[in-house]
Structure formats: C-alpha cells, structure tokens
Design a protein around this ligand. Structure first.
Ligand code: ADE
Length: 236
C-alpha cells in the first residue's frame, strides 16, 4: 500500500469536512489527538485535528512522521488575508512560511523570525513548501475557483484582528496571509525531511472585523479546502 498523505488541520470544522468525504475511516489516539486513516478519492491519507497554534501543529506533524510515515504533509485551513487583493473566500498556497513571532534579535545575530536549526544551528527564516505539490494545489484552485494566490504565509501564536499588525506582517515579511500553524508544520516537515504544502482559504482580513468574519466564514472556507483536496489528491 502507498504511504499516506498526511493532513494537519487546526479546527474541528476542517477535520469534519474531510471526514465527510472520506472512505474507510479508522482512528487512533496519540498525544491526545485523534489520527484518522482512510482514503479520499481512493488515495490513502492520515489526518488529525491539532487545535490552533504552532506547538500543537508541530507535535501533530511529528506524530504523523513517527507513526504513519506520510509521503507528504499538507497543512490546510483558514487564514486572515493581509496581502493586497487577498479577499475573503480566496485561496492562498504558501511558497514558504515564516514564524513571525520567533524573536531572537536581542541576542544580536538573528533577524526577526529567524531560528537556529538542528543539526548545525544553521539560520533559517523561511520554511519552504514543496514547489511541485504547491503547484498542483494552485493549478487545482485555479481550475475550481478561477484564482489562486501564491506567496509567503506568516505564522504566529496570535489571532490577528488588528489592521496595523496585518499591514506590518505584509510589509515586513511580504506575507499574503496570517495563521497559526503553517510555519510550524513546515518546520517539523523540514526536520523530518518530509515534503509539505500549506493551503489556506481566507476567512477574514485580520482586521477589526476578523472576530466577526472568522466564525461566519470558517465552515464555508473549510468546505472549499476539502473540495479542492478531493479534486487534487489523486494527482499528488
Ligand atoms: N486564521 C484565520 N484567520 C486568522 C487570523 N486573522 N489570525 C490568525 N489566524 C487566523
């Protein structure tokens, strides 16, 4: 049997949308998270809801790596749109992700968002996403929805509901969207040498309206991501 595609989703609605479309699902618990194995459009997958945040998503990706040996990990979910022309309902596929709240600058030799990484403390700020997988996701999004944004995604342990902060993330890191799991999933994948991709549907614009728009659009956005996944998974 082919190695599964790993799917890390932060929220229950995102996980539910996948499970509704899945076949032959079995589950197993690790690290207090439920890992669902099954097939989606005939393709084996393992998926888990990790709950929001960088640590939760990195732990989830690590459990997948250790116990399921996925051939790739996709982080899917919603995000705040902070790039010019990135609107609610749009799809953003990361070229790379940055942990904007990792701040070692006071130590003198790191830029904001830059980490020292095992095994040799090499400096890294942009956690890469696999260009081939991301390209296929973008092509599928273009076919299905007529558009796809590709670019940097900014990840941090903060729900952004402040237009000035969103603007700062866009200007400082060139980010098109902000969320709370992409870079940490990509970080775990990088260390485990597993290709990854981050696919986000915009649920709000990270501004004063974000806390109102987010719950209203989260379900719709989760279904959009699931529909896209079902379309593309056979080609990954
Ligand atoms: N996920 C969806 N919207 C978000 C926002 N505004 N900030 C952080 N994560 C999000």
């Amino acid at each position: 049997m082919q190695q599964p595609i790993g799917i890390v989703a932060a929220m229950r609605v995102e996980m539910e949308a996948i499970l509704e479309a899945a076949e032959q699902v079995a589950s197993q618990e690790y690290t207090s998270m439920t890992f669902y194995e099954g097939t989606l459009s005939g393709v084996p997958f393992v998926a888990a809801q990790c709950s929001p945040g960088k640590v939760n998503s990195a732990l989830c990706a690590q459990v997948m790596a250790d116990f399921y040996h996925p051939r790739m990990i996709l982080n899917i979910g919603v995000a705040g749109g902070i790039g010019k022309d990135v609107k609610i309902g749009d799809v953003v596929i990361a070229t790379a992700c940055v942990q904007y709240d990792f701040d070692g600058t006071a130590g003198g030799n790191l830029r904001l968002g830059e980490l020292e990484m095992p095994p040799d403390d090499r400096k890294m700020r942009e956690f890469p996403c696999d260009p081939e997988i991301s390209g296929k996701l973008a092509d599928a999004a273009e076919q299905l929805y007529g558009h796809a944004h590709r670019g940097m995604i900014a990840t941090g342990d903060r729900f952004v509901a402040d237009p000035a902060f969103g603007k700062w993330l866009n200007e400082t890191f060139g980010a098109l969207a902000c969320e709370m799991e992409g870079a940490s999933t990509a970080h775990a994948c990088y260390l485990n040498k597993i290709p990854c991709a981050v696919l986000r549907t915009i649920s709000d614009n990270g501004n004063d309206n974000a806390t109102v728009d987010f719950p209203a659009f989260a379900r719709e956005s989760a279904h959009k991501a699931q529909q896209l996944l079902a379309n593309v998974i056979g080609t990954l």
